[in-house]
Design a protein around this ligand. Sequence first.
Ligand code: NAD
Length: 361
Amino acid sequence: MKQKYRITLLPGDGIGPEIMAVAVAVINSIGTQFDLEFDFKEALVGGSAIDETGEPLPAETLKICRESDAVLLAAIGGYKWDNLPRQQRPETGLLGLRAGLELFANLRPAKIIPQLLEASPLKREIVEGVDLMVVRELTGGIYFGQPKGVFSDEQGSKRGFNTMVYSDLEVDRIAKVAFEIATKRNGKLCSIDKANVLDVSQFWRDRVNLIATNYPNVELSHLYVDNAAMQLVQSPRQFDTIVAGNLFGDILSDLAAVLTGSIGMLPSASLGISNLGLFEPVHGSAPDIAGMDKANPLAQVLSVAMMFRYGLNQPEIATKIESAVNDVLDYGYRTGDIMSQGMNLVGCQEMGELLIKTLES
Ligand code: NAD
């Protein structure tokens, strides 16, 4: 009997439906080649969900996601919904999705694609060969810690504050994810903290060291976050896998992304307690080019590759998709965002067709 996967598709807003169409075509082509069956269910999230149901994350969407083997999201948001109260904004739907699926680990690879080396803002000799993965804790730390708020004292002066807090369970589980990923990559893990100043960071470091005893084959190092930011710009090739808490991971994953120079090429994955993961490009819904067939679908397609590698445990398929992306770039095809002199400009749809042709050749 054919192996069957249930995939929830969340095309969202803006360029979302255009790049999702390419992703679905790629998955279908993979199905034919590897004799797999895919049961797709499409659901609403973000602005399109607000328009149809009045809320950014309808309960039905969460239910469909929970009943699937993997969730593929494109992007949400747009000018139309920018002035709604926070609870009704598209972004609230995304946060609700991550929380509702208990996705505590965010994986963001930053890999220099040789054909796009010139797009990096850094010098070629610094970024050439960079291939790293940032594992960011997503549901704890200062973004969620209590108490928080703005308070007035008796004299009427005000104070705003948040709490950076991590439990042993929270650090242990993200550390395990990071060690597992480092094991599958080049066996090097760098943990980021601010243990010279913050008690919570010293606690983080102690727990990571404890978990490390179960992974003798992974070479563990620690860096203070300020030094890590400098090292990422000065000599990013030294990194393989990086693990960080929510705040530091947020900042460093954006910094690492900039090294590659092309937002339309960056995928991500969010993993949780169960095997169910959410896979999505790093970029947003690009409302400025929505509906114009100008979107770069490659970050979405590389998110499909991450789905196969980290969600469905099919690394061979992931590698095949990544190679096809590489080949299409080698043949000189580019969407507008990564266009350079002498290359062939194509739209979103044509890029998809070229990918399928490459996958099937
Ligand atoms: P954005 O990533 O949508 O766009 C930034 C710039 O990059 C734009 O010029 C856009 O045209 C370009 N761009 C982005 N993706 C591209 C692609 N695949 N191909 C070609 N060009 C691409 O960020 P923004 O403009 O800050 O935000 C637009 C909307 O997206 C906002 O509503 C924001 O809240 C939302 N957003 C959503 C997510 C998400 O869904 N995860 C992430 C970030 C922003």
